[in-house]
Design a protein around this ligand. Structure first.
Ligand code: HEM
Length: 393
């Protein structure tokens, strides 16, 4: 293992200081070793991240896929813990459920969920956009993919939050405890769906459960593991990015007014927000042999994290990388990753971001910061609390 501590992920994070640090790392030490979390390498440059993402023969996830390492006490969970070609089979039965055409059918329900959750909050004159709205909204949207009642969804959100908290402080007994709880919830969902199969083209659990009828080879336990993984993945990044968008728009009132007046620009704006505020820096790989990246020797098996929020502001790829510019063409951001493990739920996530933003703009004539923005932690870049005051439309 590299023996220098060139990057320390443990610091009091603000909305801006990580981006300042990442700029410095890109210019000074773009492939850096950290002693934290048992030791890992961090990649800050766009091209290095893309290289690792696209070469899944050399850089694998079956040994580890996040830093700090997630527990695998009940085995590997598909799709993220599997490498191609095995990984492909899971994606074949996951991707269709998240196809843009499927997500478009959910649009009226996604919008209704956003309006119903946000309207009473707006009427109060102020609320915490992340805690009161975005977290709940992300759970509502994923409940549509799972065809799950909200009480069960909220139980999984609670378990997921506790699991993450334990993971970041390396509290192994609680990591295992909350991971097991997420498994219990996933198992209940799968058991229930076995009795009441739904349309596999729109229901994730039914698609995985019936995969073997369509040439797949997926055991019931593997379905449970996969749903367990989705329960975590679905309820983390959307609220982090939504919170970042709101902080940005509280600071830039002209842009807020512009988007309110021209909602057709919201999709382009969301792409640029994804570039500026990519949430993930925990996703990791290990190399199957010793490799050299950016002139640094990385030994076989050492954890390598990809710092997406840094890659997306790499000045060698993006002009004026810290500026918001929704006219960037093309906008080559990699917030959803690249290659085999690219986010299967990007269409859903984009829709969550567009709707979560547009409904706030529609229901208000203005909103402003009304308290301290608190950041999440290493597991995601983005706020955990965004108090705002609003003027109802
Ligand atoms: C703004 C929101 C989101 C962002 C920025 C995001 C980003 C990412 C990224 C960067 C990866 C690649 C990980 C890697 O290469 O190691 C990924 C994978 C994944 N994401 Fe997302 N994601 C988002 C929302 C979601 C949602 C809502 C879900 C579930 C409904 C989801 C489920 C997954 C899963 C299961 C994987 C693993 C895919 C595989 O290994 O094949 N994500 N996501």
């Amino acid at each position: 293992m590299g023996d220098t501590n060139e990057f320390n992920p443990h610091y009091e994070e603000t909305f801006d200081n990580s981006h300042e640090l990442y700029s410095d790392m890109r210019s000074r030490c773009p492939v850096a070793h950290s002693d934290a979390f048992g030791g890992f390498w961090a990649l800050f440059k766009y091209d290095d991240v893309v290289e690792v993402q696209e070469d899944s023969e050399t850089f694998i996830t079956s040994v580890l896929n996040v830093v700090p390492p997630a527990t695998r006490n009940q085995g590997r969970r598909a799709p993220l813990h599997y490498d191609p070609p095995e990984h492909r089979m899971y994606r074949e039965h996951i991707n269709p459920v998240f196809a843009n055409s499927q997500i478009q059918k959910l649009l009226p329900r996604i919008r209704e969920a956003a309006v119903d959750t946000m309207r009473p909050l707006v009427e109060q004159g102020g609320f915490d956009y992340t805690r009161d709205f975005a977290e709940h909204f992300a759970a509502q949207c994923f409940a549509m993919i799972l065809n799950l009642p909200m009480d069960k969804m909220l139980r999984s959100r609670q378990a997921q939050v506790s699991y993450y908290r334990a993971q970041v402080i390396l509290d192994r007994p609680n990591v295992v405890k909350w991971s097991d709880e997420l498994y219990n919830i996933a198992r209940e969902i799968v058991e229930d769906r076995k009795q009441n199969l739904l349309d596999p083209s729109s229901d994730l659990v039914s698609s995985l459960l019936t995969a073997n009828e369509r040439g797949g080879d997926i055991s019931e336990e593997a379905v449970v593991g996969s749903i367990r993984q989705f329960l975590s993945a679905a309820q983390a990044a959307p609220q982090a990015v939504l919170g970042s968008i709101i902080v940005h728009l509280c600071r830039d009132r002209a842009l807020q007014d512009q988007l309110r007046a021209t909602p057709e620009r919201i999709p382009d704006a969301v792409e640029e927000f994804l570039r500026l505020y990519a949430p993930y820096r925990v996703f990791a790989r290990s190399a199957v042999r010793d490799v050299e990246i950016g002139g640094r020797l990385i030994k076989q098996g050492e954890p390598i994290t990809m710092i997406f929020p840094s890659a997306n502001r790499d000045e060698e790829i993006f002009e004026r990388p810290h500026e918001f510019d929704m006219d960037r063409k093309p906008n080559r951001h990699i917030a959803f990753g690249r290659g085999a493990h690219q986010c299967p739920a990007a269409s859903l996530a984009r829709q969550e971001l567009r709707t979560g933003l547009s409904v706030l703009l529609e229901l208000t004539t203005s909103f402003a910061a009304a308290g301290e923005v608190k950041m999440t932690d290493w597991l995601e870049f983005g706020p955990s609390s965004t108090p705002i005051s609003v003027v109802a439309a």
